[in-house]
Design a protein around this ligand. Sequence first.
Ligand code: NDP
Length: 372
Amino acid sequence: MNTRRNFLKTLGISGLALNLVPYTAWANSVAPYNKDYDGRVLRVAIMGLGSYGTRVAEAMKGCVKAKLVGVISGTPSKIADWQARYNIPEKNCYNYENFDDIKNNPDIDAVYVITPNGLHHDQVIRVANAGKHVICEKPMAVNAKEGKEMIEACKAANVQLLVGYRMHFEPQTLEVIRMRNAGDFGKITFFQGLCGFKIGDPAQWRLNKQLSGGGSMMDIGIYAINGSRYMTGEDPIWVTAQETKTDHIKFKEGIDETIQFQFGFPSGAVASCLSSYNMNNLDKFFLDGEKGYAEMQPSTNYGPIKGHTNKGELMQPITNHQTVQMENMAAIIFEGMQPIVPIDGYEALKDLKIIDAIYTAVNTGKKTEIHI
Ligand code: NDP
């Protein structure tokens, strides 16, 4: 018998409802999900109506604290489609030329930027200058310099900058973090993060340096970087890294195909990670300590996330990551909720500094210090 299913049965949670059960009741960080919520609702416009934007929009149907109310898109046919699908009024529809006018729209609180990485910097700064809170997809930018400028712009405009780190609200992940903090694994000694998939269409923006800022590291390797930090509870202080390229036509100059990288942490713990656009089935985290361990596979896909520790199977509820993320982002913006693992611009800047250091280590072949 599946123990996860038995556990959920005992909680009276079954079938479709699983997707909408938030982590909050278990993680104890915000008030439990409340269908009768009558507080302030975060009114969100999505910029970039692509694959992930669509996923977020669908997930937001399950939110009570956040609502999709607007769109910003370069494709008029998508705008018409989304207006019909999500009941979006004409006055909340913008394109990339006129979205600065959003500053005059009192019915939009925040813009969620879900466009190619290389566009995030300018778009986030324009949203901040329009006086709206910004949610930005990962990677927040393509290097630390851009990231700092985005943080500064949001600070100057007095708006919040949050980044789409959906794993920071995922229940199995939070349970491992709780166990680590409780000392269940003892002193942490090692983390392994394997993140990769075989990328398709060679013409897509992810393989265009100007739009992507890099290759697999920007897109999928960042999960191992960020995961190494929230799983160990430390930020790395040095990195060594090696790139392997087998297809120089698909993966042009500046687009990394596969990078293996190793971190050292202040405590003496080490990490060994792999990021790839040319290997399948790589979605695995392993955390080792002197008294125990945690293993997760899949560790960062849309779920269900599965894992076990030396104490047994992780049995936290299965959630829709994007629904829970948006609920929590609304609570962060309007209620001052503090997430267990931060999701603000400073958190994202740390990952960008590490990415910069990884590329330096690849290019120099040297052990590179990381100054966070
Ligand atoms: P898509 O290519 O599916 O969508 C991107 C959208 O951006 C396009 O549909 C388009 O929307 C808009 N866009 C604006 N300018 C351009 C341009 N020059 N070229 C291409 N598209 C453009 O990408 P994804 O949705 O997969 O990724 C978008 C962002 O979300 C990335 O930063 C990515 O890293 C992140 N992401 C995060 C995930 C997560 O789990 N947190 C998962 C997947 C992606 P329109 O036609 O409306 O203008």
